[in-house]
Design a protein around this ligand. Structure first.
Ligand code: F3S
Length: 281
């Protein structure tokens, strides 16, 4: 059986940086450590951090109860009001917001300050989008479907700035922007899709079009892994979404002559290697 592992599978630069920040804080042994939300969508990594004393704070109300220690902001970034709360409570902030996400915060803050309407192309409920919205002066509009564009109540000739969630699908972003462009607004488009995502998606598409079965590894709640799965499924009907090597159905896989493997941005290298080794048995 031929097994091909995508070179771009696994942690991206921003996630690696955020995880390293937390382990760096553990080494400092400088009081309680918290992450605002799980540092990544990967239970094994979160469990390991938890065993070393790192606690996950899930909402603002609980954040307001902390009186000392360090809070690590994960790569998704957070809204401006979260920094305000942390500063107000004199907590030590370790900001592991991915620089590519920080760039979006800066764009929407600057452009909304100029009076532009901000459209974010992405998933309204995703923490990254929640964070971006929190840097917009005034109201931000979040879109991920063409039908939502028809319902927009924006006057003709309005000035609009469009950005995207970093993990949004490249082609869908282009498609939605083209529809908005036909509406007669004065539009500035900043494609803020992260290149790591794009490279991973393109490689996953290519490999899945060449193999008999494709394995996509990632956490249950990871939106970038779900998107990878959707892309691969279109090219290869035998596409499997797994979290760890334990989810592999080896009997089923044995019937294929070629297998491709990719993984979402939050999947540690050791999990990818375990799956690779198992497939080769
Ligand atoms: Fe950053 Fe791109 Fe990863 S935005 S967190 S390097 S997917």
């Amino acid at each position: 059986m031929k097994v091909q592992v995508a070179e771009s599978a696994g942690f991206c630069f921003g996630v690696r940086r955020a995880i390293d920040s937390v382990y760096g804080e553990i080494d400092k042994n400088n009081g309680p450590i918290y992450t605002f939300g799980p540092i990544i969508h990967n239970e094994q990594v979160v469990d390991d951090l938890n065993s070393k004393g790192v606690q996950v704070i899930d909402d603002v109300e609980n954040l307001k109860k902390i009186s000392e220690g360090t809070v690590v902001i994960r790569s998704h970034g957070v809204a401006k009001n979260i920094y305000d709360i942390l500063q107000h409570r004199h907590l030590n902030i370790v900001d592991a917001t991915c620089p590519f996400v920080k760039k979006i915060h800066n764009i929407v803050a600057r452009e909304s300050e100029k009076g532009k309407i901000i459209i974010i192309i992405g998933n309204d409920k995703h923490p990254e989008v929640e964070g971006i919205k929190g840097w917009v002066k005034g109201k931000a509009i979040v879109i991920n479907q063409a039908a939502q564009i028809e319902k927009l109540q924006i006057k003709e000739n309005s000035s609009i700035c469009i950005v995207s969630q970093t993990t949004f699908n490249h082609n869908k972003f282009k498609y939605l922007v083209e529809i908005i462009q036909k509406k007669g607004y004065d539009i500035t488009v900043v494609n803020t899709i992260c290149n790591a995502t794009h490279v991973r998606q393109v490689e996953a598409k290519k490999i899945s079009s060449e193999v008999e079965a494709m394995i996509v590894i990632g956490g249950k709640h990871s939106s970038n892994t779900q998107k990878l799965y959707d892309i691969c499924k279109k090219e290869c009907k035998n596409t499997y979404y797994i979290q760890t090597v334990n989810d592999l159905d080896l009997c089923e896989l044995k019937s294929f002559e070629s297998i491709g493997i990719t993984a979402g941005a939050s999947t540690p290298k050791n999990i990818i290697e375990e799956v690779h080794t198992e497939c080769q048995k």
